[in-house]
Design a protein around this ligand. Structure first.
Ligand code: IFM
Length: 758
């Protein structure tokens, strides 16, 4: 087995370095971040991977997953790395473990044993490499920690490095290496940090010039200075920089030596000196690691469960909330699949990520929602992406769904908190003026009302949730039936809030009823709900159409919104036409590139890939929720269980599935592709937040409402009995569910513990 979960330690242990794709982890303190693979490859960045990337990561190039955070161990003529990669000479024993905010490698060769733990602590903006070394015999070895630096702006590097690389410098101040990104016209020079590299043991020599360290026609596989046994103290004022240290160590038989390496950022050389001396203080690394563990324990304790299904328990208690937190933090920025060059904070995606942060950290959830509300215009629409760190102009495209997600996020915050206080906070509009959160979300409704199409559904505009539908409204006439259902969902939420705010909730319910009527009269196709209407009036997603006859989202949301008079039948069609053993396809059948017309084709994707007939995991979550609302636990469990990453990976096979078995992917190639089962775009996907909601709030059914905690389980025998600990409004609820029966626990202020069995 390539891996096993160690839930006690909240780790996944990986026994083979050559996984089919890099299996990543994200290490972060909120300011300094590192994505690192099971083989030590990855990329570090300060705040933004778009403008403050620290090292090179070569996307799509072979060999894959280079460069990274390597320490060469030279033991006589033998050179190897605890990370396994990038040396040709491999350790004799090896395993890696990804844990909550850290990654560890344990390796041994020729009687030398190394444990290398990488993490980013909260006390300094630095990736800490903690190396523990032991030898069975007395030995002299040399360590060469190494990072290949690059231009901090990836896109500028691609275009302009021939000039700009001569504005980089890397040099030593005593035994600390410093990298200065001196590139002119960089976006925020006054906020650009220096990068440092230091050890907490004496350093014999160093290199800052990559070519000097690596040599000609070599790679990180076999750097010439490692082979030669020593660095050459090269500095770099123009060219290709790197950080390499030479550390000569004497190991006594059986004795453990600890070496810490710090790859960090600071604004000035003075500050670097302060940071490095802080890092070198006795106990600093230990304290930082302990704080990281405590932080994750505190985060995860808010919702813990005991279930008969071990895989579900692993996901609910550990990996799903962990992934959701990382999504919340990084939005759809940088991953093994996404280069982190152009996507900032997407309003649609981030508003959904907030939903999973709400039960864990209301402050972070509110701050993020305020950021998104700041992207809203006075007429109620909002920007599509914004770049709060980079300071770039936002992407101002108007989509039919963005602003409506804001209502949902605000509603979840209010229900978690049980007060209306948040709605009274003031947030500026993007185009000037300020309003309370409450006023903001009412504007969202106004905007949709002001942008209804000829048939009465919301205009599609630059697409709804489904990016690929951007061609539907080129002439400004196309309409989205799914947005009508999303609108319906949030109309119910805002109606409830309006009543609590002392305003007229009924007016929203009236709009809801009108949209509901349309959905059932104009969008029902006979066995499912149609998807949208093109500029020329064609209904996409209809049995009468030659392709893409049925779409998942309008079936699941017909139930979620409560609008679908035929919701049950619609979801039966999902089962009949869209479900596979590896998840539910988004559409069926996949489209050709001439549909609905050659010029107005909806997709260029090959059949079964991406948006065109893959199993779109994010959208599968809504089918699970819909089945729970329909009280069909067997279906909900099937849809949930088959997409558990470890289950899907085992079913498809490791080499076919390829992605990580511990985090969700955005999509899995569908049966119309010869690569059916290939999971891709893992980690940063809305699947994480919604899967978390689906299992905790709909399958386990533990949902906050205004008065307390509602328990409305929809579980199969595989999930019963379920024991849940849920922290809610300061009280710890111990809930045992033995059957699918509804219960309600009214919130009582001041209560600290509560126990209930259903
Ligand atoms: O909704 C989008 C998301 O914003 C980006 N990834 C694809 C989804 C579906 O099109």
């Amino acid at each position: 087995m390539t891996y096993q979960f160690n839930n006690q330690a909240r780790e996944i242990e990986i026994n083979k370095y050559s996984t089919p794709t890099p299996w990543m982890n994200y290490l972060s303190n909120g300011t300094f971040h590192t994505m690192i693979s099971q083989a030590g490859g990855g990329v570090a960045f300060y705040r933004s991977p778009q403008i403050w990337r620290i090292n090179h990561y070569r996307f799509f190039h072979l060999p894959t997953d280079r460069s990274g955070f390597y320490t060469y161990i030279k033991d006589g003529g033998d050179v190897w790395c605890p990370t396994n990669e990038p040396c040709k000479t491999k350790p004799e024993t090896w395993k890696a473990a990804h844990g909550m905010g850290y990654t560890r490698f344990e390796a041994g060769r020729n009687g030398v044993h190394a444990v290398a733990t990488y993490f980013v602590g909260k006390y300094e903006n630095a990736l800490i490499w903690n190396l523990k070394l032991k030898s069975e015999t007395d030995k002299k070895i040399t360590l060469f920690p190494y990072v290949e630096l690059g231009m901090m702006e990836f896109m500028r590097e691609l275009q302009w490095q021939c000039y700009n690389k001569h504005q980089l410098s890397a040099y030593a101040i005593d035994d600390v290496l410093v990298y200065r990104y001196g590139v002119e016209t960089q976006p925020k020079p006054e906020e650009t940090p220096l990068v440092y590299f230091a050890a907490d043991v004496p350093v014999t020599a160093f290199d800052c010039d990559r070519d000097e360290f690596v040599g000609a026609y070599r790679s990180e596989e076999n750097p010439q200075n490692v082979e030669a046994g020593g660095c050459t103290n090269s500095t770099l004022y123009g060219g290709d920089p790197c950080f390499a240290l030479q550390i000569d160590l004497e190991l006594k038989a059986g004795e453990e030596r600890e070496v810490n390496i710090f790859l960090g950022t600071a604004m000035t050389e003075e500050e670097i000196k302060r940071c490095v001396s802080h890092c070198r203080e006795k106990g600093f690394v230990e304290t930082s690691y302990a704080a990281l563990s405590a932080q994750w324990a505190d985060f995860l304790r808010k919702f813990q469960c005991e279930l008969p299904d071990a895989d579900v328990q692993t996901m609910v208690n550990i990996w799903n909330p962990y992934q959701a937190e990382r999504n919340f933090q990084f939005s759809r920025n940088i991953s093994y699949y996404a280069t982190g060059t152009f996507r900032g904070v997407g309003v649609r995606d981030t508003a959904q990520d907030i939903l999973a942060m709400v039960p864990f950290d209301l402050c972070r959830a509110k701050d993020k929602l305020n950021l998104l509300l700041g992207q809203q215009y006075r007429d109620g629409h909002c920007n599509h992406y914004c770049f709060p760190i980079e300071g770039w102009e936002p992407l101002a495209r108007i989509h039919s769904d963005n602003h409506l997600w804001l209502v949902m996020a605000a509603y979840h915050i209010v229900m978690e908190e049980g007060t209306l206080d948040y709605l009274e906070e003031a947030v500026d509009f993007y185009d000037g003026g300020s309003a309370t959160v409450w006023e903001h979300i009412k504007k969202s409704i106004d905007f949709t009302m002001a942008n209804l199409g000829e048939q009465g559904f919301p205009l599609m505009l630059a697409s709804d949730w489904n990016d690929m539908l951007y061609k539907v409204c080129r002439e400004g006439k196309g309409e989205s039936i799914w947005t009508s259902m999303q609108f319906g969902t949030v109309l119910h939420q805002i109606a409830e809030l309006a009543d609590r705010m002392g305003e007229n909730g009924q007016k929203y319910l009236d709009i809801y009823e009108a949209q509901k009527k349309l959905v059932n009269e104009k969008a029902w196709d006979g066995a499912w709900y149609r998807r949208c209407i093109t500029d020329d009036g064609t209904f996409i997603g209809s049995a009468a159409e030659p392709q893409a006859k049925i779409w998942l989202n309008t079936q699941s949301w017909s139930v979620i919104s409560g609008m679908g008079a035929y919701g049950k039948a619609a979801m039966d069609s999902v089962k009949q036409y869209l479900d596979t053993d590896l998840g539910i396809k988004k559409i069926h059948p996949s489209m050709m590139t001439d549909y609905p017309t050659k010029e107005g084709n909806l997709t260029c994707y090959n059949k079964g890939c991406g948006e065109n007939g893959s199993v779109f995991c994010h959208a599968n979550t809504w089918a699970i929720i819909a089945e729970c609302l329909l009280k069909r636990p067997e279906r909900a469990y099937k849809y949930y269980h088959q997409l558990l990453p470890m289950v899907a990976q085992a079913k498809a096979g490791e080499w076919r599935y390829k992605a990580e078995p511990y985090v969700y992917s955005s999509n899995i190639f569908g049966p119309e592709s010869d690569k059916f089962g290939l999971a891709n775009v893992s980690w940063l996907t809305g699947t994480a937040a919604w899967m978390y909601l689906a299992v905790t709030q709909y399958m386990l059914g533990i949902r906050p409402n205004w008065d307390g905690l509602e328990i409305d389980p929809c579980l199969t025998a595989q999930m019963l009995p379920a024991k849940v600990t849920r922290v809610f409004r300061g009280c710890t609820y111990h809930i045992t569910i033995t059957k699918n029966e509804r219960a309600f626990i009214p919130h009582e202020t001041g209560r600290e513990e509560f126990e209930i069995t259903i």
